[in-house]
Write a protein that binds this ligand. Structure first.
Ligand code: SIN
Length: 272
């Protein structure tokens, strides 16, 4: 595929892309990256010491940027989420399997995280393919889930985050939406599992006990290492993941060290 060097991380998910400057991206490279994201679901780039403006411009080539419903963002750049942990942190972003802001009516298509301070070791991010998770279900479970919808509610998670960090939210309301449990990716046409333990609260039209049991099974199922890759950050590494067909998990094993980055999130479409 063109002049970029694309190195798959596993046969299932993830690729490192070399020979590219995200701040100065010719159309040919943009198209290669677009195609590689569809194929590998999460892309990794090294040595991208780019400005906030260049980070936002790169994201904006894939779609309009989203503002996070519970994060104030970087001063002057509400679309830029600060990902930061140090010795005073009581929590970190993304420390459970999730797809970003799936509680939104139109959940983001992708997120682009650039890390500039990394701990001496640890602080990896795990990514899991929801194509692989869906494909590995039994035919009976696929038949059961196809056609079901689930509620994704931002309230319980975001309120808990605010409670832990002592941030008042003034009784604010958070996004909540009903999405298909199995969605079809708008670019690849492949089916993937679209429930996650951060936001999915119940299967719609299913008795509570059954919904809880099925969701618990699916939340456990997506953790299978066969569906995963793991990324070890270096300063100025960038990860670009497709939220429609992946979940991720940020490992907080480096306390009390510092880990800092900026994330931009690209708006997506209503799942079908
Ligand atoms: C997130 O966006 O969920 C955080 C990911 C990370 O810090 O690695």
């Amino acid at each position: 595929m063109g002049r970029l060097d694309i190195r798959p991380v596993t046969p299932t998910i993830g690729a490192e892309i070399h020979g590219v400057d995200l701040a100065d991206l010719p159309m040919e490279d943009f198209e290669t990256i677009h195609g590689a994201l569809a194929k590998h679901q999460v892309l990794f780039f090294r040595d991208q010491d780019i400005s906030v403006e260049a980070h936002k411009s790169f994201g904006a080539r894939f779609g309009e940027l989203a503002v996070h419903p519970n994060d104030p963002g970087l001063e002057g750049h509400p679309e830029v989420m600060i990902i930061h942990a140090d010795e005073t942190s009581k929590r970190v972003a993304g420390e459970m399997w999730h797809s970003d802001v799936s509680c939104s009516l139109e959940p983001p298509m992708g997120s682009i995280l650039r890390m500039f301070v990394v701990p001496p070791n640890g602080g990896d991010t795990l990514f899991a393919s929801m194509y692989a998770a869906y494909d590995a279900l039994s035919d009976g479970m696929k038949a059961y889930l196809d056609g079901l919808t689930a509620e994704h509610d931002g309230g319980p998670y975001y309120r808990e985050v605010n409670r832990i960090i002592g941030r008042g939210d003034g009784g604010k309301s958070y996004p909540s939406a009903e999405h298909p449990v199995v969605r079809t990716h708008p670019v690849t046409g492949r089916r993937c599992l679209f429930v996650n333990s951060m936001f999915t609260t119940r299967l719609v039209g299913v008795p509570r006990a059954e919904s809880d049991a099925i969701l618990a099974h699916l939340f456990d199922h997506v953790k299978n290492p066969l569906f995963q890759c793991r990324f070890t950050w270096r300063p100025h590494s960038v990860a670009f993941w497709d939220n429609r067909c992946t979940q991720h998990f940020a490992v907080w094993d480096y306390y009390p060290h510092v880990r800092s980055g900026y994330r931009v999130t690209v708006k997506g479409e209503r799942p079908v």
